[in-house]
Design a protein around this ligand. Structure first.
Ligand SMILES: C[C@@H](O)C(=O)SC[C@H](NC(=O)CC[C@H](N)C(=O)O)C(=O)NCC(=O)O
Ligand code: NI
Length: 133
């Protein structure tokens, strides 16, 4: 078995794709529409689905907002330098909701940003040993 994707429902597909590609450096891998059930899927990530776990952005044509509720946590992305990444995200108008720095009670360096729908994305500083979590 292999973890294939995480699906997020988004209110504005082009705005979300612009954020994940232009701000977080992902690629749009493929897009498909379902005319009968009125939705579009966009698969995005850092490489081909054959060897990468990706995001599936779902746009329902008749829905322009969602209640994210209080159960969703975050999606985590590893960066070589989260400090530079956060500076670039701010420069691109992105929302850095938690400044980069050591995780509370630990040493791993993290930051959080919000995507256009308000989903939290955790940026984790690349390190040799991931054992802290
Ligand atoms: C391609 C595969 O990864 C999918 O997830 S498609 C599954 C399909 N998705 C939708 O219908 C999305 C729109 C829906 N309104 C929503 O917001 O979830 C799905 O869930 N189909 C249901 C089924 O029973 O086939
Ligand atoms: Ni899916």
């Amino acid at each position: 078995m292999r973890l294939l994707h995480t699906m997020l429902r988004v209110a504005d597909l082009d705005k979300s794709i612009a954020f994940y590609t232009q701000v977080l450096g992902m690629q749009e891998l493929r897009r498909s529409q379902n005319e009968e059930y009125r939705y579009t899927l966009a698969f995005i990530g850092y490489g081909k689905e054959e060897s990468n776990t990706v995001l599936e952005l779902t746009y329902n044509w008749d829905k322009d907002s969602y209640d994210l509720g209080n159960a969703y946590g975050h999606i985590a992305i590893e960066f070589d330098d989260i400090y530079k990444a956060c500076d670039a995200i701010k420069a691109a108008g992105g929302n850095v909701s938690r400044e980069p720095g050591p995780v509370k009670g630990g040493t791993t360096e993290i930051a959080f940003v919000k995507d256009p729908d308000g989903y939290s994305i955790e940026l984790i500083q690349k390190k040799e040993n991931m054992s802290e979590f």
